[in-house]
Design a protein around this ligand. Structure first.
Ligand code: FES
Length: 217
């Protein structure tokens, strides 16, 4: 069962679940400085078209996992990804296939590798155009490698995005997911919920308080 298929326990009704949630909050808190910056970069970068320096953001993947209502744990994808390279990985669950691609111009993108037609595996073909193409060989479905949008074949929806960040040591990390076609900010605000009030405030999520860090700047 994937992470997103697991039903959420009622508050206070599952000590083991509460403990796991607490451990997750502790881990996210320990990584909070990097993670909050990552989320802000995701929104700025995806809104601005993926062209950023220093930190790459990828959007990418999610089949059923895009339905998760909570933020999945951050996961290391690879130590390094050079232009013209791609790497398959699993995120957010161990059975959730995903794909990270470094385009020729350095943009870093990530998607669910599960075709939105009939769930065959999607591959990156570097030799097809400037950005290559994301190809599903089952029925010749084709997705734009930079946006995940459908460009040919029977897939009915874009590939769900996986948001990626690149850290100073060059390692690539998956930090969040989106539903097919869902804007980055909407996806993050939905998954932050009440568990990440500071991040929600910094992104300007609906109903979030004014961020303390924003008031100081
Ligand atoms: S399963 Fe991908 S095009 Fe049909």
């Amino acid at each position: 069962m994937s992470v997103t298929q697991q039903p959420a326990p009622a508050p206070g009704s599952d000590p083991a679940g509460d403990e796991a949630a607490e451990q997750l909050r502790d881990r996210i808190s320990a990584d909070s400085l990097t993670t909050r910056r990552d989320y802000l970069r995701i929104v700025a970068t995806v809104s601005g078209g993926l062209a950023i320096g220093g930190v790459g953001v990828a959007a990418g993947i999610l089949h059923r996992h895009g339905d998760s209502e909570t933020l999945p744990p951050t996961k290391k994808v690879t130590d390094r990804l050079e232009p013209g390279q791609s790497v398959a990985f699993r995120y957010p669950g161990d059975e959730d296939r995903a794909l990270a691609v470094r385009l020729a111009d350095g943009a870093l993108v990530g998607y669910s590798a599960v075709c939105t037609h009939l769930a065959c595996a999607v591959l990156w073909r570097e030799d097809r155009g400037p950005d290559g193409e994301l190809l599903c060989p089952c029925h010749e479905g084709v997705f734009d490698a930079r946006t995940g949008e459908v460009t040919a074949g029977p897939p009915p929806r874009p590939l769900p995005k996986v948001f990626l960040t690149e850290r100073p040591d060059g390692s690539v990390w998956a930090v969040a997911i989106a539903r097919s076609g869902e804007p980055a900010k909407d996806a993050l605000c939905r998954q932050f919920g009440d568990a990440h009030p500071l991040e929600s405030a910094q992104l300007g999520c609906p109903g979030a308080p004014v961020a303390p860090e924003s008031r100081r700047t």
